[in-house]
Design a protein around this ligand. Structure first.
Ligand SMILES: NC(=O)c1ccc[n+]([C@@H]2O[C@H](COP(=O)([O-])OP(=O)(O)OC[C@H]3O[C@@H](n4cnc5c(N)ncnc54)[C@H](OP(=O)(O)O)[C@@H]3O)[C@@H](O)[C@H]2O)c1
Length: 279
């Protein structure tokens, strides 16, 4: 029987890849977005799904077999996740969490989002990714400083990161959405094949662009400037965790789940050079 899957954050870095992959499976996809776009097709129907407007949720989850739940980064996320899961408790929920969530203190916001899914969903799989390659091409993150200033900077203190490609996260998500029995009650730490420091990423960008890209290690207060207080605290904590090495361990899970080795940073950079070329 054809399965129906709700993908939240369907236009986001991982969500759009989840939708793209599910399109080729025997699945009807509800592509959830606060600003749904595109024409419906037999396999993909854009639906309005807005974390800030719970009236959009019942129609989005009605009758679904599984949910790709892209955690909203906001203080009430544990409650929002619990309420959404409660609307369709029979669905298998694949949650996008973050690397190291299991080491956070009980009661931490990220842990409470995971706990809400584990407590409320009949079936669940937790994805705990490291930093995405795609932050390098995201205008909300580092694309423009690399493109315009030829600087790649984040307060890492020189600690390496096990960068992972959003496409590999999506491939694991699709495996779990498609075979809930096999992936129920599993938590996967998702990383790329190697760890790289900010300096090493800048060197890779420099080599492939043929122009120097400078690595920077700005103070945390500079990196969180302009963010609202809650988000600033969240990022300050993430940068602390980077400096402590919390994102510096690789995991074999991508290859184990998908049968394909994860995309290395070098390949990601080679595919996206146009994003950082002025013009
Ligand atoms: N980026 C990383 O390196 C990284 C690493 C580990 C974990 N994570 C976690 O992964 C998640 C995604 O992170 P990201 O920043 O990279 O996001 P992203 O993939 O760029 O996606 C953000 C998505 O949120 C959706 N969105 C925004 N407001 C919404 C609303 N009110 N209701 C429903 N959807 C809304 C947007 O879709 P619409 O505008 O179409 O609604 C957009 O597609 C976060 O929980 C983050 O903590 C990220």
């Amino acid at each position: 029987m054809t399965r129906t899957v709700l993908v939240t954050g369907a236009r986001g870095k991982t969500g759009r890849e989840v939708v793209r992959r599910l399109r080729h499976a025997d699945v009807v996809v509800r592509a959830g977005s606060s600003r749904p776009a595109g024409e419906p097709s037999p396999s993909v129907r854009p639906v309005r799904f807005d974390w800030s407007d719970p009236s959009t949720w019942p129609e989005a989850v009605d009758g679904v077999d599984a949910i790709y739940l892209m955690r909203p980064d906001r203080p009430d996320a544990p409650d929002l996740a619990a309420r959404l899961v409660g609307l369709r408790p029979t669905a298998h929920v694949v949650l996008l969490s973050e690397q190291g969530a299991e080491r956070m203190p009980a009661g931490h916001w990220a842990r409470r989002v995971e706990d809400a899914v584990v407590a409320g969903a009949a079936g669940w799989t937790l994805l705990r990714p490291s930093w995405f390659h795609q932050v390098l091409t995201d205008a909300r993150f580092y694309r423009d400083s690399i493109r315009t200033d030829r600087v790649f900077g984040l307060p890492s203190g020189g600690a390496p990161i096990a960068w992972v490609d959003a496409r590999d996260i999506a491939a694991v998500a699709v495996a779990a959405l498609g075979d809930p029995g096999r992936h129920h009650a599993r938590a996967y730490t998702l990383t790329g094949p190697a760890v790289l420091t900010v300096e090493e990423v800048a060197a890779e960008l420099s080599a492939q662009l043929g122009q120097p890209v400078r690595a920077d290690d700005p103070p945390v207060r500079q990196a969180i400037e302009g963010l609202d207080a809650w988000t600033a605290d969240l990022y300050a904590e993430v940068f602390d965790r980077v400096r402590r090495g919390d994102f510096a361990e690789t995991s074999p899970a991508v290859a184990e789940v998908t049968g394909t080795p994860p995309v290395p940073m070098r390949a990601f950079v080679a595919e996206h050079l146009g994003e950082w070329r002025a013009g």
